[in-house]
Design a binder for this molecule. Structure first.
Ligand code: PLP
Length: 488
């Protein structure tokens, strides 16, 4: 639950309202001006229509310089951001040859593997020479290398499941696995803030979807009881199967899943659990094994464990880990396994090498040091931000730290001012968040030094004052909670 001050809610609604009305006026006059120009559609309807198109043209384009910033270096603790300019009021942006060296607070490079690594990089280069960049084939045709089998064994061992299957993209993992496992007559109960890949996977499955309040086990139980009592729509037959889908760390909230409570409820009602560990695997837990390790959950209690390699392991792709029977079934049935090109060999090698470092199989203790560093960095940064008076979402140990900004004008000013001071921050607003709940999302990495973090905190504090996003008094924190509008 996020508590937004009434005045902020009012000004935020007002800002969007103003932008909307102004945008509609501009569209109206544009239509009149374009009346005589021939756009020869020959009977076709315009392909880009509706509110999305309006939103992009009249709202997003105004601030698009804050998004999609091109980089010209690896996403390490510091990276090079290519400078851009616009000659048409931000409608189009042109790249210059100049770059700004910025502190990177935006990449999911949790363990610092995204840049050159003394153990991983030479192995990746060797695999590139040995196997080339692409297998040019799907897994069931000519696209399975010994490396892919090794990767699956390595992942299964790491996450603590009997078997695993890997895919070339994390997004595709969710969106193609859910339709294989669930279908008509089955029920998916999804956390209200699950990632878009889960939402689309669930929609594509044809299963009935019910949503429970974000990370609220009591509401999950209520939904489960109600649905089990009601059964399938119209026929009232019992559901063929029920699956509860949650994330380990919520990527826009930085919150840890209340996994022990959720597992207990799923067991009570005989529902399967599907856990997306995109942001938690490798990043939390004493040995990097994710939320199960951190929260003391036995991995055998989670039926389907999903994760991605594009965060902590500095590569790309996704995995599903589960029982041997489940993985075998997916290998015969999942279209992303049967018809999509397998993970690029160097990417697969990067994942294997990164896992070896994390578990100390490289013969060093760098993995343990990285894990200790990301925990210390995250907890240090979070507590400092809170003390400064920012409204920071999420839990301790989570490297994802959203700072609530709310107002659309403040989102862009915060992002631009930070960039001017060489701190690159990701800002997120509608439609990725609810309209009122725009935020800046900081991702902490083990590759950040204490000096980097202190420098970032100074800049963020200064700009926080300038833009006016310190919604709480600095120390003692969070006492002025009168007059708040509660939103989820
Ligand atoms: C929770 C969650 N699941 C899946 C994905 C998709 O992963 P990928 O970016 O590796 O395709 C993301 C991406 O950020 C995510 O946050």
């Amino acid at each position: 639950m996020i508590a937004i001050p009434y005045f902020t809610a009012l000004t935020t609604y007002f800002s969007y309202g103003l932008l909307f009305v102004f945008g509609q006026f501009r569209d109206f006059f544009r239509k009149i001006l374009d009346w005589w120009s021939t756009d020869n559609l020959q009977g076709y309807a315009p392909i880009c229509l509706g509110l999305e198109d309006f939103y992009i043209r009249r709202l997003y384009n105004r601030v698009q310089d804050c998004f999609g910033r091109p980089l010209s270096s690896a996403p390490d603790a510091w990276f090079d951001v290519v400078e851009r300019y616009s000659n048409d009021n931000n409608k189009t942006l042109k790249r210059t040859n100049n770059v700004s060296r910025c502190l990177n607070l935006g990449s999911y490079n949790y363990l610092g593997f995204a840049a050159a690594d003394e153990y991983c990089t030479p192995r990746v280069i060797d695999s590139l020479k040995k196997y080339s960049h692409s297998t040019c084939s799907s897994r069931v045709d000519g696209g399975t290398l010994a490396l892919h089998n090794e990767l699956e064994e390595c992942v299964a061992r790491f996450v603590g499941k009997p078997a695993a299957i890997v895919f070339g993209m994390g997004y595709v993992t969710n969106s193609s696995i859910l339709p294989v496992l669930m279908g008509k007559g089955s029920l998916i109960i999804s956390d209200s803030l699950n990632h878009n890949s889960i939402v689309n996977g669930a929609r594509g499955s044809g299963a009935t979807i019910r949503v429970f309040q974000h990370n609220t086990p009591s509401h999950l139980e209520e939904v489960l009881r109600e649905q089990i009592a009601e059964g399938q729509p119209r026929t009232r037959r019992p559901w063929k199967k029920i699956m509860v889908v949650v994330e380990g760390i919520y990527s826009m909230e930085g919150e840890l899943c209340k996994l022990p409570e959720i597992i207990a409820i799923c067991k009570r009602y005989k529902a399967y659990t599907y856990l997306d560990e995109a942001h938690s695997i490798g990043a939390v837990g004493k040995t990097g094994r994710g939320v199960c390790e951190l929260l003391g959950v036995d991995t055998s209690d989670v039926d389907i464990m999903m994760g991605t390699f594009s965060k902590s392991f500095g590569s790309y792709g996704g995995y599903i880990a589960g029982s041997k029977e489940l993985i075998q079934y997916l290998k015969y049935n999942c279209p992303a396994h049967l018809y999509a090109t397998s993970i690029s060999p160097p990417a697969a090698e990067q994942i294997i090498s990164a896992i070896q470092v994390v578990i100390g199989e490289d013969g060093s203790c760098r993995g343990a040091q990285k894990l200790a560093r990301i925990r210390e960095n995250s907890n240090f940064f979070r507590s400092k931000l809170q003390k400064m008076g920012f409204e920071v979402l999420g839990d301790n140990d989570s490297p994802v730290m959203p700072i609530m900004v709310y107002n659309p004008a403040k989102v862009s000013s915060f992002s631009r001012e930070c960039l001017k001071q060489n701190v690159a921050i990701v800002t997120v607003g509608f439609p990725a968040t609810p309209l009122l709940l725009a935020r800046a999302r900081i991702c902490i990495s083990a590759s950040h030094t204490k000096e980097d973090l202190i420098e970032a905190l100074e800049v963020i504090s200064r700009i926080g004052d300038l833009v006016g996003i310190k919604y709480f008094p600095a120390e003692p924190k969070k006492q002025q909670q009168v007059g708040m509008l509660k939103l989820e």
